[in-house]
Design a protein around this ligand. Sequence first.
Ligand code: PPY
Length: 272
Amino acid sequence: MTAVTLGPEGTYSHRAAQSIADADAIDFRQSVTSIVDAVASGEYDRGVIPIENSIEGSVTESLDALAEYDVAVVREIVTPIKHALLAQGPDFETIASHSQALAQCRSYLDREYPDTTLEAVASTAQGVEFARDDPSVAGIAHPANAAGDAALEVLAEDIQDQDSNATRFFAVAPAEDRSKGGGKTTLVVYPNANYPGLLLELLEPFADRDINLTRVESRPSGQRLGDYIFHVDIEAGLYEARTSEAIAELEALAENGWVRRLGSYDMEHVVE
Ligand SMILES: O=C(O)C(=O)Cc1ccccc1
C-alpha cells in the first residue's frame, strides 16, 4: 500500500501514517489539500491528514478538502501530542512550526518567549528543518526530530498547554474503497437553506433513531456570509438500516444542497 501524508519526515501526521503503512511506503506533500487531491486522483491508496486537536479544535483546511474532493474516510487514528522546543542553542530569534502546534503551546510561548517572533510554516518537521539550517530559528515538534542530530538540542519538553493533548487523524482512500464496516460514520451536509430550526431539523433524524452524535462542526460554504456546510460524525455504521433511513431524511431536508457520505471506519486507533 502506498500512502501520502504531511511532510517532511517526522511530522505527527507521518507518525500517525505509520500505523497504516510501512515507513518506506509513505510519501510526503506540504499541504493537506494536495494530499487529498493526490488520493482522490488515485495516485495513492491512502492519505493521512489531521482533523482536530483537543486544544485547538478543527484543522479547517482538512474539513474544506473533505467537503470538496470525492474521497472515502476509512480509518480514524488518535495520537497523543507532546511538543518539544528544538534549536541549535538557546539564542534564537524566531520559532517556526505548524500553526496548530504554535496554538497548542500558546501559554508556554507567551510566558517564556513573549518577544520572540512566531512563524507558521507548513508542518512541525519543516520548522525543524529550518532550525537545522539556521541557528536563529527554533522549531516546535515531536522530540524524536532531534534524535541522531548532533546540531539540534531539545531545549524543553512537554510544552503543550494541556498534558492530555491529542490529535485525531483520518486515513482517506479513493472513493471506490469506501468500507462496508466500521462503527462510526462521517457525513458532510450542505443544506443551502436558512430558516429558524434548520440545524435542529438536520439533527433530528439521528436523535429519533437513538444515534449518538460525536461531532458537529460548521464551515463557511464560501457562497455567502452566514451560509454553512456541516460536518457530522455519528456512532453508527453507514450501511445500517437506521443510518440509511436517517440519511434519506437528511437528503430530503437538503433538497437544495447536498449530503456526502464520507464513509464508515473503526472508532479509534491510538498510537503511542
Ligand atoms: O505539522 C505536523 O507535524 C502535523 O502533522 C500537523 C500537526 C501539528 C500539530 C499537532 C498535530 C498535527
